[in-house]
Ligand binder design. Sequence first.
Ligand code: GAL
Length: 414
Amino acid sequence: MKSFPDNFFWGVATSAFQLEGSPNADWATWDPVLLDIPQITNHYALFREDLKLLKDLGVNSYRFSLEWSRIQPRPDTWDEEAIAHYQEIIDILRNYNIEPMVTLHHFTHPRWFLERTPWHRTGSIEKFLRYTEKMVSSLRNVRYWITFNEPYVILIGGYLDGCTPPGLKDVPLSLAALQNIFTCHGKAYDIIHQYVPDAQVSVAHNMSVFAPWKKWNPLDRLLKKAANFFYNHSIINAFQTGIFVVKFPFSRPVEIEVPIKGKLDFFGVNYYTRIHLRFNPFKKMGVELRYLDIEGHGLTNIGWEVHPRGLAKVLWYASRLNLPLIITENGIASHDTEQKVKYMKQHVDVVERCLKEGLDVRGYFYWTLIDNYEWLQGLDVRFGLYRVDFKTFKRHPTSAATYYAYLIQSRSKM
Ligand code: GAL
């Protein structure tokens, strides 16, 4: 019997801002690197050429995002040309027989949104839902929708660690933002289904494997347990019950009600690495994390541990939802294409094993198509199957692209 079903999604994933920037986005002025190269890879102009690369790879699906700040540059203005631009992407994909998967929110916001109604204010809900309805009613031929990319990463970066917009470190505000973001998901789920009755809707949730820094240390083990519960499991529970339970070690759990019970048609999993944790009162939030090359699979250029087995672990966690699972992102930052090829093979092997063991995995999206802007690392880390020269904007195939094309072809037959 074939391990990979015929309709398995072999795809790549991208996000709009990381490829094309946007003058009206919060992030455009947040990171000084972008002041020199606001158009990043110039994808907004070169998108037809880039979509052609998808055809060359032989993928049958493509995950990309809409840049909200291009579509609604001011609170009272919809840019119809920008909407037409994203429709053209969809049309080209359909023409190539590639299934589009559209992400409504992938980290960036229009600047006015963050200034007026950031996520911790209730006004954010109405703003996001207006944008959602505008997009769902305007765009044709999209079945697969991701409302939010990595909602927890938005909250940790923007509200706890402060390394991403709006740059806050405030636990009560982070909880208010969590409630509003997930309220948006629940309501957006209904809006999307109203316009596209057979829609398939999810979030793309970042899942990681956690381990204690020192196995023998009970405090490290406790921290690992707390992190695993919060980061991997609390969202699954919330989709089952409508209640988020946020438990920090040594404090009473907080329960937050959100209208998301059952509001999922599949579950999108982004997986990259394993994280070792320990308590350290001198570190932010009392937690110190590091990546160790314990099993000899190496570290990526960002320093993350390559830990293929972890993908199976998080997929099994996610299977508690009893829904189809799609790996909406998996990839490696590396200048060494051999390392990239190995990473891809090892992770796809894990997916194959999971399928044999009975997990309902419906797709694998490699992150990412061409080198792009990486949120905290700028332009120095290379996730792409194609290399980008950021001076000339030329794209160059790498052996990772050739290998991914081969992998798709060979595994589709197996
Ligand atoms: C994910 C994120 C992507 C990309 C990737 C690599 O968390 O969704 O935008 O940056 O990580 O770090």
